[in-house]
Design a protein around this ligand. Sequence first.
Ligand code: TYM
Length: 325
Amino acid sequence: MKKRIFSGAQPTGELHIGNYLGALKNWVALQHDYESFFCIVNLHAVTLPQDPKVLKKKTLDLARIYLAAGIDPEVSTVFIQSDVSEHAELAWVLNCVSRMGELERMTQFKDKGRGNAERASVGLFTYPVLMASDILLYQTDLVPVGQDQKQHLELTRDLAERFNRDFGDTFRIPDPYIPPVGAAIMSLKEPDKKMSKSDENLNGSIFLLDDPDTVTRKIRKAVTDSGTEITFDESRPAITNLLTIYHLLTGKTADECESHFEGKGYGVFKSELAEVTVEYLRPFQQKVKEFEDGDLERILSGGAEKARSVASETLKSVYSRMGIR
Ligand code: TYM
């Protein structure tokens, strides 16, 4: 039996190259070796205010993006979180297993709530519990995510272990898969901050659907470090970040990347990076446009059915162990 993968992304904002390199690209690569579930987590999206029409559209757009990036619906299960009600049901149960204290320690709540817990939604506070439910419902072995999700994965493991201890063995304990390179792609404008969908400065992110001129302009205007060398060097985060993007998009080794740019200036480097990025995104952007709505609906309803068949088994055993019905 193949081991299982579960991962997901929120249908908010525009997906950027950080989401792709930190997560999506690895989903595509791993899907053939694992039984894979890729979810569009629209229930997570409403932890912050959303325009209903926009959310609805973005949910389907994100499905198109998964498929265009190379998720094969014949191989992997692609579905929308709200189509499988077990996610919300298990989240309730796990809310009762989670401690206020451990959720208060989640750094993403502090960031997204902007330090104002009084005004943040309760949903934002228990966001990581819904994420744990997503993962645990599928008896997941591996969760491919970027660095920023590591703390949520630790909580997921803690909740699963606690439940298993208190009620008997129910959940598989999942491992995170955080790629050695690309797990934290940084903003092009502020290289000490991660590239983020919610960044107000749109020039900090390369969005997967940016047109060639926009990509080129953003890379040309990306901040650089003092000095002239184009090498991987932690003390020069801006160039290291750009070179990491080049490295992952070209598939060249780190050494090949460095020697390729030896003696060349930032100008040449940036034009080559822009060209590589534009060419990488071109076929992807073409594919995004190709999916017919009918095909998409068929894939998503088939995905939800498959997901439900697994999720309902887990929820049944959770309820029965807890004496709920
Ligand atoms: P989300 O939608 O913010 O991001 C989707 C994925 O992209 C990764 N990522 C990055 N990787 C590298 N560099 C960056 N700058 C960067 N920014 C984002 C994220 O780590 C993530 O893997 N909570 C999740 C969604 C979620 C989920 C789940 C994930 C809900 N349930 C269950 C895995 C399993 C989130 O908000 O991702």
